[in-house]
Design a binder for this molecule. Structure first.
Ligand code: 4AD
Ligand code: MG
Length: 464
């Protein structure tokens, strides 16, 4: 459109000197007229703040500019000058404003505040709102900080497959991947679909976790991590569950449970510190409009060691608490969200790592403890959310692992490659999964997972 390369609003507002010839581009947030001018607040998503554009009535298209409404896109050339108005350092006095795309009164994001529920229905437009612009800039920074954390510590990033044949968590919450026609597909003698004739000549699914493949790489490259999308067909309609979410999964050879807990704690603290440092305006907005206690809570989390407690002591605490829970709690039962939140919010009032769970309620790959009853598992719980990390030391002894798999009614032939890792140079190793969206909820205070995912997939909902 023009030779002059354009400046972001962020860079313009952070300028240290006036600029004679500047080009800025973005979307109109508001516009108001005074006698000889029109004041345009323009945002380009590079930061929370808007840039004020002064349109003088001498501009040749001034009449068209006066008809321009919220949501229109513009390209502006002019000079960056110190602002007269309060609340901003710089503004642009325009020499030329091109209306690139108009918007009319039906534009749903007029100035007034909208509920998150309404904004979810316009997920394609909501990143233009202040709140969602902030959420998605922080999401980007958080992803970067995760790579930074691991790369600084010598971890190798492994791209584990999205299509797999294994059910890592053994919960059967898998989305099937097939090219067969469910009506006309090839059948076995018993009438069931013959997946051996399917695209991959076997049953395949979208992965629920990259862990098993990460283990193979940890048993070669020592310290690795995966960071990618994972899929769960679990029918939980809660504010913390999505059907498609991202997970960070480090895996470390020659590492036992304590090292694993240490890394999870270090990671969570590092991510908070990084985002607080690099997204101060966004964090301020969350503290103002989403959760007043956010910054104090995050500071508190960064400053103190996390509480560690074994599962049976946690159950004792819960039973003796006198608190009224919807779900029962007893040794051998899973901790429900309400139990997790009681531990971290009411009792310890800080993040809590619960470890050594009964083997019956955990997946096949977790290492059996010497008591024969518990496995070396960890769940890290945080206030406001509950479980944010799940992990374990892995069973490295082939005989014990095979026994676990039989107990879980698994077909050992399907996991030959996984068992090979114990056959050839086995080592104690550990890892965990951090839910990326849950971490984002924790850092931003945004209470619903649907509002930290660009286009959320949840049961019954995959629009956009
Ligand atoms: O506890 P989970 O199921 O653990 C695993 O998948 C292990 N294979 C990880 C490992 O050891 N490498 O999931 C790990 C984390 C949970 O703590 C939670 O934060 C997140 O992933 N998570 C979900 N986040 C959003 N929506 C869902 N449906 C989630 N399920 C798990
Ligand atoms: Mg878990």
């Amino acid at each position: 459109m023009t030779q002059l390369s354009s400046t972001t609003v962020k860079d313009a507002l952070e300028s240290t000197a006036p600029i004679d010839a500047i080009q800025v581009q973005g979307w109109v947030r508001t516009r108001r007229d005074s006698k000889d001018f029109s004041f345009i607040e323009m945002n380009d998503g590079s930061c929370l703040r808007n840039l004020q554009i002064i349109a003088r009535n001498s501009l040749p298209n001034y009449a068209a500019l006066q008809r321009m409404t919220t949501g229109a896109s513009i390209s502006v050339r002019g000079t960056l000058v110190p602002s007269q108005g309060k609340g901003q350092t710089w503004e642009v006095v325009a020499d030329k404003i091109d209306i690139v795309g108009t918007a009319d009164d039906s534009y749903p994001l007029q100035k007034k505040g909208h509920t998150p529920e309404f904004l979810r229905e316009i997920a394609h437009l909501r990143p233009r709102s202040n709140l969602f612009g902030c959420v998605f800039r922080v999401r980007s920074r958080l992803a970067f900080a995760i790579h930074k954390f691991f790369q600084e510590r010598g971890f190798v990033y492994v791209h584990t497959p999205i299509i797999t044949g294994s059910d890592c968590e053994g919960a059967g919450e898998l989305f099937r991947v097939t090219t067969l026609d469910p009506k006309a597909g090839p059948r076995r003698l018993d009438g069931s679909i013959d997946y051996e004739q399917d695209f991959f000549a076997r049953c395949t699914y979208l992965t629920v976790s990259g862990q098993l493949e990460a283990e193979a790489f940890a048993c070669a490259l020592s310290k690795v991590y995966t960071f990618g999308p994972t899929f769960r067909a679990e029918n939980s309609n809660t504010s913390r569950h999505a059907s498609e979410f991202w997970m960070i999964e480090p895996e470390m050879a020659f590492c036992a449970l304590n090292g694993n807990m240490d890394l999870a704690e270090e990671l969570v603290k590092y991510l908070i510190v990084d985002v607080r440092e690099h997204c101060p305006d966004e964090m301020e907005l969350f503290a103002k409009f989403v959760d007043k206690e956010l910054l104090a809570r995050l500071d508190f989390v960064v400053d103190r060691p996390f509480q560690r407690i074994n599962y049976s002591d946690a159950v004792d605490l819960l039973k003796r608490s006198g608190a009224k829970f919807e779900f029962p709690i007893d040794y051998g039962l899973n901790l429900q969200s309400e139990h997790e939140r009681w531990l971290t919010e009411k009792h310890f009032q800080c993040p809590v790592t619960v470890f050594n769970f009964p083997k019956e309620i955990k997946p096949f790959y977790m290492r059996l403890n010497d008591d024969g009853k518990t496995v070396a598992a960890i769940d890290l719980l945080v206030p406001g959310i509950g479980e944010i990390v799940g992990g374990s030391q892995r069973e490295e002894r082939i005989d014990v692992l095979e026994e676990n798999m039989r107990r879980h009614k698994m077909d050992l032939a399907d996991y030959k490659w996984y068992l090979d890792l114990r056959r050839y140079g086995t080592v104690p190793h550990s890892g965990f999964g951090l839910g990326f969206e849950r971490m984002l909820m924790f850092i931003t205070g945004v209470p619903n997972i649907r509002d930290v995912i660009p286009f959320a997939r949840t049961p019954g909902s995959a629009e956009f």
